[in-house]
Design a protein around this ligand. Sequence first.
Ligand code: NAD
Length: 117
Amino acid sequence: MGEFDGKVVFITGIARGQGRNHALRFAREGASIIGVDIARPVSDYTTYTQATGEDFDETVRLVEEAGGKIIARVADVRDSAALKAVVDEGVHQFGRLDVVVANAGICTWNRFWEMPD
Ligand SMILES: NC(=O)c1ccc[n+]([C@@H]2O[C@H](COP(=O)([O-])OP(=O)(O)OC[C@H]3O[C@@H](n4cnc5c(N)ncnc54)[C@H](O)[C@@H]3O)[C@@H](O)[C@H]2O)c1
């Protein structure tokens, strides 16, 4: 018995880092995962390497290896229509949505009012 048996969790930024760990942990606790990631460089202003398609695929592999179900799609969280389409697809497939983990994000040191979208 997992703590999230039968639950459905939507997670943004699943390709690596904390998002990958959230996906894996929820899957191990019995949840089905709806996940998105942009899986390419997001910004010219970050000073670190950004997530890739290989990272994205590895998260899917790890979740499935753990016995979890996952609908993973490449999408940008700044694109509301794309996010809605993924959530709609996931809810259609899994029948419900219980938890949202708004994890995707980047770290930059620019002034907020000078940052582009
Ligand atoms: N690691 C830390 O110490 C720390 C501290 C404070 C806050 N955070 C926040 O926690 C979250 C996760 O951090 P992390 O260390 O795992 O970062 P990470 O860079 O390893 O992972 C973030 C993921 O979000 C994805 N992402 C970024 N912008 C996106 C977009 N527009 N659309 C879709 N996907 C997008 C990236 O591709 C990446 O896979 C981030 O929001 C980060 O800002 C992290």
